[in-house]
Design a protein around this ligand. Structure first.
Ligand code: MN
Length: 227
């Protein structure tokens, strides 16, 4: 049977050193750093980490110029470590979770904070707050063997030359391994999945023309919001 419209293009993200990583699903973790939970008015004990998703085609490559998102007056940056999976499965144990990792990237979970606040008040889904077009800027993916041990790395987000986020990945409530194990109890993970692992404290609003740089050890991401 022929497609009745043109088949969709495979969403993909560049790999450092060459090649493209095909993106299947984008899973995201909210509330994975205690200080960020507190700055959002929550309690890390009462509000454990939570999952949400973005569409695969929300990925934007390194160095992009991104339009200020429509339908918001409060577009926030959230610098995050992103994990790319080369395999998957259900109910993975810790060893299988580690073995599923292809590599890592620096990412930004762009968020319409006004929509998120309304959704929280209404007990409504977060889709319009999180899953909008171009909401997932992503630096080049570095294969795990080149990235080395990132557990003690710092995550730094710099906006217009000013450091806004500076935290250790050791502050994550759920480690990368914990996240993959827990996600695989809810979803059958597959090769091509990306996981945004949550943001530390220091999130804030972006304005048209802003330049954002996110660095995590050997990983980096740069993008600008169009003026
Ligand atoms: Mn986030």
């Amino acid at each position: 049977m022929d497609y009745v419209i043109d088949p969709l293009q495979q969403a993909a993200a560049p790999v450092a050193g060459g090649g493209l990583f095909p993106v299947r699903r984008i899973f995201c973790i909210g509330r994975n750093y205690a200080e960020h939970v507190r700055e959002m008015g929550g309690d890390p004990k009462a509000n454990p980490p939570v999952f949400f998703t973005k569409p695969a085609d929300a990925v934007v490559p390194d160095g992009a110029l991104i339009p200020y998102a429509q339908a918001t007056d409060n577009l926030h940056f959230e610098g995050e470590l992103v994990v790319a999976l080369k395999s998957g499965g259900k109910a993975l144990d810790a060893a299988a979770a580690r073995a599923a990792i292809y590599g890592y990237a620096a990412g930004c979970d762009l968020t319409r904070r006004d929509h998120q606040a309304r959704a929280k008040d209404a007990g409504a889904p977060w889709d319009t707050a999180k899953a909008f077009d171009a909401s997932a800027p992503l630096g080049d993916i570095l294969p795990a063997e080149k990235a080395g041990d990132l557990s003690g790395a710092r995550l730094q987000t710099v906006v217009n030359g000013e450091t806004r986020q500076d935290a250790s990945l050791e502050d994550m409530i759920w480690s990368v391994e914990d996240i993959i194990v827990t996600l695989s109890q809810q979803f059958e993970l597959q090769a091509g999945d990306l996981i945004f692992t949550g943001t530390p404290e220091g999130v804030g609003a972006l304005q048209p023309g802003d330049a954002v740089n996110i660095a995590i050890g050997p990983l980096s991401l740069a993008f600008r919001i169009s003026a």
